[in-house]
Design a binder for this molecule. Sequence first.
Ligand SMILES: Nc1nc2c(ncn2[C@@H]2O[C@H](COP(=O)(O)OP(=O)(O)O)[C@@H](O)[C@H]2O)c(=O)[nH]1
Ligand SMILES: [Mg+2]
Ligand SMILES: [Zn+2]
Length: 330
Amino acid sequence: MQAQVFKIHSDFYYVKNLKHEEFVCKLREVLKKQKTEIKVGDFVELSLDNNFIAKLCKRKNSLLRPKISNIDLAVVVCSFKEPDLDFIQLDRYLTYLKYNNIKTAICFNKMDLSFNPDKEKKEIKAIYDKLGYDIFFISAKNKTDLKDLKDYIKNNTIVLLGMSGVGKTTLLNSLNPKANLKVGSVSSRTKRGCHTTRHCEIIEFDEFRVIDTPGFSLLKFDFIEPNELISLFEDIKKYSDGCKYSNCLHDANTNGICSVYDNIDKIKDTRYQSYLCFLKETKEYKESLSKKGTKSETFFKNVSNNLRVKISKRKRSVSRNTQKQKIKEE
Ligand SMILES: Nc1nc2c(ncn2[C@@H]2O[C@H](COP(=O)(O)OP(=O)(O)O)[C@@H](O)[C@H]2O)c(=O)[nH]1
Ligand SMILES: [Mg+2]
Ligand SMILES: [Zn+2]
């Protein structure tokens, strides 16, 4: 029987089948051996007695942090105040989601705290409209301007991402009063929220489903290569062809050598700063890899729908077929 994982707690997997019946399962030993990681959102096959997860079904998409899968839409939530808008963090989420091919919208919350909402809206639109993001300006607390967002997320499984304290939980409660989730208060000293969500969980509402997550504001680009980064910044990439350094991997701004820098007036400053910041992180990652010598082998390959651990060529022993072939040839 097929079911979807909606919550994971220590070694227990909470799943629901198509009829909305719930089961609590453990993971089959063989899946543990294969180091198959089950995430919230995964579709799985259960054992006949419904006590075990026997197989992981193919994913539409998935994230490493937070560990969730099969997401229709990610909504990055931020606020202009309490906490202040942090463009690097916003771009961090957007870049991360783009890297993972997940459809993304941006929601600016706490508009009630803005002294000059029109100016702030204009500034934001100038950057993110052009990049193709759908943008919403709301006040979750006052329940203002929620209708468009409500229509937008209808029938989707969404995930809200954003720094702690921006109002994700408040938004969920406002979108659906039945939700009644615990809202953290913003600490008066740091003007940041306290973490209240500790685990990922799919919560079903009448009109949409949401994966509640603990958030992950410390995510760093320590998993991609420096030369992969620029394709995640279309607004910068389009000027990079004329750069003397392939993929514009340098950090110093050099007139006449770097076409990105020569066109800097056409690139939004916050975006360029984010790019340089992430570039530095990817370089540090690459450096740490070269010090370690090898990449860690956490990857799997899919052999006729079976996930198998991928072993590097160097460590793999020669297959019997190859050995036989060699003997024949000799
Ligand atoms: N002024 C104002 N405060 C808000 C709004 N939305 C949330 N808050 C407050 O921000 C704090 C953190 O909210 P919470 O939903 O727990 O944020 P989360 O950490 O992103 O889930 C709480 O004190 C909320 O009352 C809003 O639209 N306007
Ligand atoms: Mg929360
Ligand atoms: Zn360059």
